[in-house]
Design a protein around this ligand. Structure first.
Ligand code: AN7
Length: 350
């Protein structure tokens, strides 16, 4: 039976005999090939890493299981995070199974419905502030200085440690590191974690190369691309609506050490990729997750991808954000429960 990332990758993680091996089956997510899209894009091989298949529907569970296990090991009674949604769902979930009190601070009105629903049902204390993620994170940093509560945002290094296991899995699946890794960038913890994972696995002799790291911010929330903080970030991809990423330096190091790129994609490009990923790839990711494929679409003409292996990280499930899915969709055809009416509606007139 699969027993989670703490057990599978313990030799690469900060676990001691005193660390509880908690798990909800996080990690071990599918790496699926997309023959239809790889042909259109001219890649040798194109894969999606389906992080929406984690227990709470996003990659955050890999890091949260480690951060919460270490909090329990340190006899902490409470955890706290700022979040655009997925971190709060994951913290609430892992806090719940360990009996910790969980406090989440989210930007009011800018968190996808499904994520809020998760935090509610897992039983977190939810505070929705009149402010954005960056302000919420500043607040959390201040609160943990004054109160006995463990911070579980990715400035907690245990989060990065857990999240690097996704890079291990990709190498374990392919038998080698890919040539390119396309990944969304928000607070920049994940790109930092993946790079750490690829570097460590390479050093351990598990791969003979490392990928070029291709990170993508949303254009209205692109501090790393602009080289300065964005005070009022805006994007349809609320998960990455972040103007002052905590792991800014880690993202820049990943880019520079790997010979990669950090670029931005517009909301229109994100939404186009979001639909394409589902309609031709069969993968329903959330809008922020589609920044990976949007970046690949933007760069495919500038890179020679023939014969190359490309992985797009799909960081979270599309089910978390039904509002974006429904926006601009044609209204449903409503009709009586009669075969003749259905035939007429389909234009199969008799
Ligand atoms: C689906 O939940 O920051 O660059 O508070 O939910 O590591 O921040 C979420 C980020 C990409 C960006 N895709 O990852 C939060 C939060 C999805 C996300 C990102 C997030 P980072």
């Amino acid at each position: 039976m699969y027993s989670g990332v703490l057990a599978r990758y313990s030799e690469f993680l900060p676990v001691t005999p005193a660390t509880p091996r908690i798990t909800l089956g996080e990690g071990d997510t599918p790496l699926v090939r997309s023959p239809r899209l790889e042909k259109e894009l001219g890649c040798g091989e194109l894969y999606f890493k389906l992080e929406g298949c984690n227990p709470t529907g996003s990659f955050k569970d890999r890091g949260m299981v480690v951060a919460v296990a270490k909090a329990v090991e340190a006899a902490s009674a409470a955890i706290i995070c700022a979040s655009t949604g997925n971190t709060s769902a994951s913290a609430a979930c892992y806090g719940a199974i360990c009996g910790l009190s969980t406090i989440v601070i989210v930007p009011r009105g800018n968190i996808a419905l499904g994520k809020l629903a998760q935090a509610i049902v897992y039983g977190a204390k939810i505070l929705a502030i009149d402010g954005n993620f960056d302000q919420a994170l500043e607040m959390v940093r201040t609160l943990v200085e004054k109160h006995p509560v463990t911070l579980v945002n990715s400035i907690n290094p245990h989060r990065i440690e857990g999240q690097k296991t996704a890079a291990f899995e990709i190498v374990d699946s392919l038998g080698e590191a890919p040539d390119f890794l396309f990944i969304p960038v928000g607070n920049a913890g994940n790109i930092t974690a993946y790079w750490k994972g690829f570097v460590e696995y390479y050093a351990a002799g598990k791969s003979s190369q490392k990928p070029r790291m291709m990170g993508f911010e949303a254009e209205g929330a692109a501090p790393i691309v602009r080289g300065e903080r964005v005070p009022n970030p805006e994007t349809v991809a609320t998960a990455i609506r972040i103007g002052n990423p905590a792991s800014w330096k880690g993202a820049v190091a990943a880019r520079d050490e790997s010979g990669g790129v950090i670029d931005s994609v517009t909301d229109d490009q994100i939404l186009e990729a979001y639909r394409l990923m589902a309609s031709k790839g069969g993968v329903f990711g959330e809008p922020a997750s589609a920044a990976s494929l949007a970046g690949l679409l933007k760069w495919s003409g500038k890179l020679d991808l023939s014969g190359k292996r490309v992985v797009c990280v799909v960081t979270g499930s599309g089910l978390k954000d039904p509002d974006t899915a429904m926006r601009g969709s044609p209204s449903l055809v409503e009709l009586p429960a009669e075969v003749s009416d259905v035939e007429r509606a389909l234009g199969w007139g008799t």
